[in-house]
Ligand binder design. Structure first.
Ligand code: GLC
Length: 495
């Protein structure tokens, strides 16, 4: 009898990768002006560790992007981007970097300029970028499951996707997630720009209209399947007029699709045991390097080299919502203590001038460096003992997390991400926590808590434990990246 050959069926599992495209206006290490760049530089990388996720990011190709990165770019091609009556050139480059594919949108008319923002035609520049990010998809024949846009600069990518591209092949299934990093900047324009500049049909006016003008953030909130903020506390705060900068009706009405996910930081970048920008390396087990960092910082800034005096650091954009008015109100009281204060940052003239003036007046104990300087920032985080961040509003805030990593104990106001990341040592038990917190936007409440930190610094045993807890707090992306993954998957499985 003929033997029957049995063919065993082989089970082939096809694991389809879920694909996410980040659309953003800045990302470290390529180009950045603040916290958004940190997030776009680190969250995609953390997500890309999941084998079942395909993570890509698209950015404008600003002239500030270093030649060293450009040298490794791959030219993907070029196409035209229609924008109102315009038809603009768009070159497309790509770079695989730390597991993530980055695309760079090239147009020298829009992006061959110094800096990132602040031009009269920013609306047009980011409209072009948002449109190009979508045109790019059919050019590459790559249609992500989720388009994840960030802040007002890329709100139009969500609006275009839903208004202009919804019927085009490949685009109809793409879900949109819009993340608000700061609700203060919404992208507001006159109605006359709807068709002429943004190239949107008349019926889109209803979607974008808010408070007598076109509001791009409002449009994205309305049209995205989901929207999010960078901390749970801020997600609940932006329903409140005090925080919402006029958008409270929108955020409340769309509450059902809102969630808050706390940012993490890249723990490899911000690690005092490996950071070669520091004067010395250290970790929670061996803190001798931190003493060197402090002494060297004092020397560099020509401050008296005293280990026993607490160094208070303020590293911040010098703008109103960072709570600088509280500091101004009681700054002399702070400086009358036996402390040293170091300020690093730039921003509004009023604050720059004020801190310069005070640094001259209190030249034996105060220094103000009016600049944005990442290397110096790390030296100050590591050389300081207390980190003051009394923000009026803070969607997430990364500096308080970085300060913890470098053993500089944060003193923060309980708002947004500050409330979600810093737990108070100054509660009734005085045993746990990773910092000092106060609730009200009140200068003397801040002063009271800051003085508590200054005096606690004098109690070496208690202080060392507090510093160690701060340094060991888990600020990695692990948990939050999981939350994003779940959010993407919920969005994709929803009808
Ligand atoms: C914005 C917010 C800041 C947040 C950052 C990253 O800069 O003001 O609080 O940490 O975005 O999400």
């Amino acid at each position: 009898m003929k033997e029957e050959k049995l063919i065993q069926p082989v089970e082939v599992k096809i694991v389809e990768k879920r694909s996410i495209l980040f659309v953003a206006s800045e990302a470290n290490p390529f180009v950045g002006t603040g916290g958004l760049a940190d997030v776009i530089g680190s969250l995609p990388k953390a997500l890309a560790k999941n084998k079942d996720l395909d993570i890509r990011v698209v950015l404008p190709l600003y002239s500030d992007i270093d030649g060293a990165y450009r040298a490794n770019f791959r030219f993907e091609g070029n196409f035209n981007v229609p924008l109102g009556w315009r038809n603009q050139y768009c070159g497309l480059f790509s770079l695989k970097y730390e597991g993530v594919t980055f695309y760079f949108v090239d147009n020298e008319y829009y992006f061959k300029r110094k800096g990132l923002y602040g031009y009269y035609d920013d609306g047009e520049r980011f409209a072009f970028f948002s449109k190009a990010a979508l045109e790019m998809l059919s050019y590459l024949d790559y249609y992500p499951d989720v388009l994840h846009a960030h802040d007002w600069q890329t709100a139009l990518s969500v609006i275009y996707l839903k208004v202009l591209f919804a019927d085009r092949y490949g685009y109809s299934k793409i879900k949109a997630l819009f993340t608000i990093h700061n609700i203060e900047y919404q992208g507001k324009y006159g109605h006359e720009l709807l068709g002429d500049l943004f190239g949107l049909p008349d019926y889109a006016k209803n979607i974008l209209d808010y408070d007598g003008c076109i509001n791009l953030m409002k449009g994205a909130i309305q049209l995205a399947e989901r929207f999010s903020t960078v901390s749970p506390r801020y997600a609940s705060e932006i329903k409140n007029p005090y925080f919402a900068h006029g958008l409270e009706y929108m955020t409340s009405q769309n509450e059902y699709k809102l969630c808050g996910i706390l940012n993490g930081i890249d723990e490899k970048t911000y690690d005092p045991s490996t950071d070669d920008k520091l004067f010395a390396r250290y970790d929670a087990k061996d803190m001798s390097g931190k003493a060197v960092c402090k002494a060297e910082l004092q020397k560099m800034l020509a401050l008296p080299e005293r280990a026993e005096v607490p160094v208070i650091a303020i590293i911040s954009r010098l703008v109103g919502h960072k709570g600088l008015d509280l500091i101004k109100c009681v700054f002399e009281d702070i400086l009358n203590e036996d402390v040293q204060v170091v300020i690093l940052g730039k921003g509004e003239r009023e604050y720059e001038d004020y801190f310069r003036f005070m640094a001259e007046r209190y030249s034996g104990k105060c220094r103000a460096i009016i600049a944005y300087n990442k290397d110096l920032a790390c030296k100050i985080y590591s050389g300081s003992d207390i980190f003051l961040m009394p923000s009026k509003q803070e969607p997430c805030g990364l500096s308080q997390m970085i300060a913890c990593r470098y053993g500089s104990v944060p003193v923060v106001r309980e708002t947004g991400g500050l409330a979600d990341s810093i737990t108070p040592f100054n509660d009734e038990n005085r045993k746990g926590g990773n910092g000092f917190t106060f609730a009200n936007y009140n200068a003397h409440e801040m002063l009271y808590v800051l003085k508590d930190a200054i005096y606690t610094f004098g109690d070496k045993k208690v202080w060392e434990k507090l510093v160690s807890r701060a340094m060991k707090t888990d600020f990695s992306w692990k948990k939050s990246a999981e939350e994003y993954k779940k959010l993407y998957s919920d969005m994709c499985s929803a009808l």
